[in-house]
Design a protein around this ligand. Structure first.
Ligand code: F1P
Length: 290
């Protein structure tokens, strides 16, 4: 019997295919709007990825914030709130106190976010039984990428490879991971690191790739892994390998590379006697009592 987490990870290529076939264009941020994307945990990291992609695509200035850190004095045309559960306290509180137009993306149409946001996009087909988010997060980003006009054919083919390829033992057994990204993959590097912590209680860090030389490389050592999501800056592989650490870079679409990190997280959980469906100290959503 497989865990919910494993089933949900494996279903990502199919979910992404569905997402790109049904982009709710009319509900997404309009071109030219100045947008703040907010969320907590995984949703914050997906917000970071989308913000970088949207701005790069020329659709308008786009910032990403942890919902709790939204700067009260800033003026935006729209707040895009991401929340799988639709119940996360910081997200709901933010939506209730702003007068800015808002759109939410959620998996659950029976939750308070349905009335808290001005417009809502429901991706119920990507909802999950797992506490730890995998497919909702990436399916949401697949939909958002398609909404920016991106062709995801290669990303989906890479995802098919990522769900099936055997996992190198070096990754499953490593002592520590530093995930790196550039541009939109910085958010995905953060998410890969979070997944590994949540599912397997592994020691992980995450940085913009060019920042890695500015201090974090001092952690690199034999038995540890520096894991690139997307293309590495010139010379970084050599520099990391000189420390004795493993430099992992596959050239897969960064979202497909995230799938590989999710699978390594599950494999490491099993290796440590943990059940990825029952992550320690976590709940499906964080609901704070006042
Ligand atoms: C956000 C989130 C998850 C995290 C944990 C608590 O949830 O931080 O990313 O894994 O389970 O909640 P949501 O607002 O996207 O539902």
């Amino acid at each position: 019997m497989t865990t919910h987490t494993e089933d949900e990870i494996a279903s990502q290529p199919a979910c992404w295919r569905r997402a790109v076939e049904s982009v709710p264009t009319g509900s997404l941020p309009r071109e030219g709007e100045r947008v703040a994307v907010v969320g907590c945990g995984t949703s914050w990291f997906i917000a970071m990825a989308y913000a970088a992609l949207r701005e790069r695509a020329g659709h308008g200035e786009t910032d990403a914030f942890a919902a709790s850190e939204f700067p009260a004095g800033r003026r935006y045309d729209r707040v895009l709130a991401l929340s799988r559960s639709g119940t996360t306290t910081e997200v709901l509180e933010l939506l209730s106190r702003i007068t800015t137009k808002s759109t939410a993306i959620t998996a659950d149409p029976k939750t308070p976010i349905m009335t808290a946001a001005g417009e809502v996009i429901v991706l119920d087909y990507a909802d999950e039984r797992s506490v730890v988010q995998t497919r909702f997060a990436t399916t949401q980003l697949a939909m958002l990428r398609a909404g920016l006009g991106e062709d995801l054919t290669r990303a989906i083919a890479d995802a098919e490879e990522a769900v099936a390829a055997p996992l190198p033992r070096k990754l499953v057994e490593a002592e520590q991971f530093s995930f790196l990204g550039t541009g939109w993959s910085v958010g995905l590097a953060q998410e890969a690191a979070l997944k590994m912590r949540e599912a397997s209680r592994s020691w992980t860090e995450a940085y913009p790739a060019m920042e890695y030389r500015h201090g974090p490389i001092s952690i690199a050592a034999p038995g540890r892994v520096t894991w690139m999501l997307g293309a590495a800056p010139d010379g970084l592989r050599t520099q990391v390998e000189e420390t004795g650490a493993t430099f992992h870079e596959t050239g897969l679409d960064p979202m497909a590379e995230l799938i590989r990190a999710q699978r390594v997280a599950v494999a490491r959980a099993f290796a440590r006697g943990l059940n990825p469906d029952e992550p320690v100290h976590l709940t499906r959503s964080v609901i704070l009592s006042s």
